[in-house]
Design a protein around this ligand. Structure first.
Ligand SMILES: [Zn+2]
Length: 245
């Protein structure tokens, strides 16, 4: 399975990186976008991704650097890419309302437009394994204030397991979320500074053996951690990075 980091940055453009957005290619059921941060439409163009080939967008939590690109993606689908195929957007409870607020704030009147393609917004229940566009997705509860539950997503597709932490400080829920995953993508913010709502690299490394993922890649690094990249003993993402797993 092939995944490309279209965006591997934090909310603040550290290192000139795009906001969080991963692109997963599948043999069947269409491709998947995992998070769609504010800059994601630019990243999609930069890496030559065809938006109409994306059938499913998963959202970890309702922060601008993780779902703020959706208004651009949806307007592009309607007006530029002239999408005709179904699109499913799935995320935490509150996604439907918060997306409507976001759309209206950014493009007034846009929620009145009837999509020219079948569009479905799904709100995923905690710990319930849901079938979403040919994926099995199980959300786990993270600790990261976003006005709605912030999720880590365990995604099963085509015989592989991919877990993405979203943003969170260390929580024990990361252990079952990532257990034995083929690919575990986890945020790491600072090198060793413990803070609220984000996990630091040193704490993550301490717990990694208990998670037992086959491969771990850290993402969403602060400027401080990016400066200390040479000291990281784990794979780290960068924009454009392609991984086969
Ligand atoms: Zn973030």
């Amino acid at each position: 399975m092939r995944l490309q980091f279209l965006g591997s940055g934090d909310a603040f453009g550290s290192g000139g990186r795009f906001n969080t957005c991963f692109h997963l290619e599948r043999a069947a059921h269409g491709n998947v976008l995992i998070d769609c941060g504010a800059t994601s439409m630019v990243a999609i163009r930069k890496w030559g991704i065809e938006p109409n080939d994306i059938s499913t967008i998963l959202v970890s939590h309702l922060h601008g650097d993780h779902f703020g690109g959706l208004p651009f993606f949806l307007l592009d689908a309607q007006l530029v890419s002239r999408r005709t195929t179904p699109l499913v957007i799935a995320g935490p409870p509150g996604l439907r309302e918060r997306l409507a607020i976001l759309m209206e704030a950014m493009f007034a009147g846009s929620t009145a437009i009837v999509p020219r393609y079948p569009q479905e917004i799904r709100e995923l229940a905690l710990h319930e394994r849901a079938e979403v566009g040919g994926l099995a997705v199980t959300p786990y509860l993270m600790k990261h204030y976003s006005g709605a539950p912030s999720y880590a997503l365990r995604v099963e597709t085509e015989g592989k397991v991919l877990t993405y932490s979203g943003d969170t400080e260390w929580v024990e829920e990361l252990v079952p979320a990532g257990r034995d995953a083929d690919l575990f993508i986890c945020e790491a913010y600072f090198f060793d500074k413990v803070m609220k709502y984000h996990v630091d690299y040193t704490t993550l490394m301490k717990h990694l053996p208990r998670i037992g993922a086959r491969r771990t890649i850290v993402t969403h690094m602060s400027a401080e951690l990016l400066d200390r990249r040479d000291e990281i003993a784990c794979e780290a993402a960068h924009d454009g990075l392609v991984v086969e797993f």
